[in-house]
Design a protein around this ligand. Structure first.
Ligand SMILES: Nc1ncnc2c1ncn2[C@@H]1O[C@H](COP(=O)(O)OP(=O)(O)OP(=O)(O)O)[C@@H](O)[C@H]1O
Ligand SMILES: [Mg+2]
Length: 453
């Protein structure tokens, strides 16, 4: 099977030949077109995974052609080939929906790399679209925000593993969305019509947790006036989320291990084992390996639950998600409070971007809720964002120019930290052209290379 179907449009026969040979040798199926008509015929004939289009065709502009092809093949990534020095058209192409551009003459390896990236990106987008569609049918889980590469990978894993019954191990700091992901797995699985039960293992003392999880017979202990069913039984045929699994007491860990091994357990005070069919998801913000080292967590259980690990990155490592999350919380809170709030002022958004978010998505959500509740205008302004942090910074007032420079400099540092010195990403975050960003960096004598690696 070819790795993908590519359409290459260029009026230069020699170049067409070279590109086609290159890509065919890499296992792509290549169709070539020498003008817009041939290209249009090709896409109406069969779907393509990607198009490579020359910007200057004999009688056509490549960007316009791309837009026409997109009418037939929406979502098909396009790579535009530009002549040396036509940066403006390249930028224009990206604005109008090209995946990227390559400047002629280009290196064959660069072409191969961009093609591979574009296809990978499309695959991810398609997978996530499928998952969101699936989830949107139920509740409004299409609300999961995942713009960053790392969150998109997480959602990709979710779609891939939803259908099987393997145990999932979700690790992430508090407030990163562990429960959100656990629910998404349940809803994307064949168990979606059965119960989803979430238990916080840290919330109950040992004896109560045991009977909550496994149920008890009537008279099993003082106060057990009638038999109770237990959460594992309630989750039968569905999914159970054991949150804060690191806090599960050792005695209960033994019983839990038995469920994973034999799908059986004894209710408290019960003589006969009960059978359950549940998909188990565990979540933790602790380092379980450390707990194993301290003998606070059973090693055999650790290996049993560590089947499909999913790590949720802290919000500060995926700042690209902040604007989208903020907008979505703004809308949700606005609807709930029946307040019409349109958006954030640029300064407010900057504050959101620059904060460290130790409490992650939950902290962001709470901050937005506060701002929406307090605002008297239809735009959230800066002073409503994290006001307590604001008061804490009691610096003497500087002249405006000095203050602006100081801000600019720390903003740039923060940008480069976030993007690990990747100028394109930094420019995109800041809403600046790369060239402008370079100028700013030079002004502040900041070297992006210092942030790499
Ligand atoms: N990717 C996301 N998109 C939209 N909302 C999110 C996302 N991630 C988290 N949230 C929201 O942030 C809040 C915290 O998420 P959640 O309860 O899943 O975090 P958690 O990791 O389980 O936290 P804790 O460790 O404190 O239990 C929830 O209100 C959730 O709806
Ligand atoms: Mg949680």
């Amino acid at each position: 099977m070819p790795k993908g179907k590519l359409l290459v449009v260029d009026d230069d026969r020699n170049l067409l030949k070279i590109i086609a040979m290159r890509l065919e040798s890499l296992d792509y199926e290549v169709t070539v077109a020498r003008n817009d008509r041939e290209a249009q015929e090709a896409v109406t004939d069969q779907p393509f995974d990607l198009a490579i289009i020359d910007l200057q065709l004999e009688n056509r502009n490549g960007i316009e052609l791309m837009e026409e092809l997109h009418l037939v093949c929406p979502g098909m990534p396009a790579i535009i080939l530009t002549a040396h020095g036509s940066i403006e058209s390249a930028v224009e192409a990206m604005k109008r929906g090209a995946y990227t551009y390559l400047t002629k003459p280009f290196d064959a390896r660069e072409l191969a790399l961009q093609v591979e990236r574009a296809l990978e990106n499309r695959r991810l987008t398609a997978e996530i679209g499928r998952l969101k569609g699936l989830l949107a049918e139920r509740y409004d889980f299409a609300n999961i925000v995942a713009r960053s590469e790392r969150m998109r990978r997480v959602l990709e894993v979710v779609t891939r593993i939803a259908e099987n019954d393997s145990t999932v191990y979700i690790h992430g700091e508090s407030g990163t969305g562990k429960e959100v992901i656990a629910r998404a797995i349940h809803l994307a699985s064949g168990r979606r019509d059965k119960p989803f039960v979430a238990v916080n293992c840290a919330a109950l003392p040992e004896t109560l947790l045991e009977s909550a999880l496994f149920g008890h017979e009537k008279g099993a202990f003082t106060g057990a006036i009638r038999a109770s069913k237990g959460l594992f039984s309630q989750a039968h045929e569905g999914t159970i989320l054991l949150d804060e699994i690191g806090d599960m007491p050792l005695s209960i860990q033994a019983k839990f291990l038995r469920i994973l091994q034999e799908r059986q357990f004894y209710p408290v005070g019960g003589e006969r084992p009960l059978e359950v069919d549940v998909r188990v998801i565990v979540a933790t913000n602790k380092n379980l390996e450390e707990l194993v080292g301290q003998s606070l967590f059973r090693e055999d259980l650790y290996y049993r639950i560590h089947v499909i690990p999913i790590t949720l990155p802290p919000l500060r490592e995926r700042a690209e998600d902040i604007p989208l999350l903020a907008e979505s919380f703004l809308k949700k809170c606005g609807d709930q409070m029946k307040k019409k709030v349109k958006g954030f002022s640029p300064a407010a958004m900057q504050r959101l971007m620059l904060h460290d978010w130790p409490g992650n998505v939950r902290e962001l959500e709470n901050s937005i809720e506060y701002a929406v509740a307090m605002t008297t205008q239809d735009v959230i302004t800066e002073e409503l964002i994290l006001p307590s942090k604001r008061i804490a910074v009691q610096e003497p007032v500087k002249p405006l120019k000095a203050a602006r420079d100081a801000f600019e400099s720390s903003y740039l540092v923060r940008l480069l930290e976030l993007t690990r010195g990747n100028i394109s990403a930094a420019a995109a975050l800041a809403g600046k052209y790369r060239a402008d960003l370079y100028t700013l960096l030079k002004k502040h004598r900041i070297n992006p290379d210092d942030f790499k690696g």
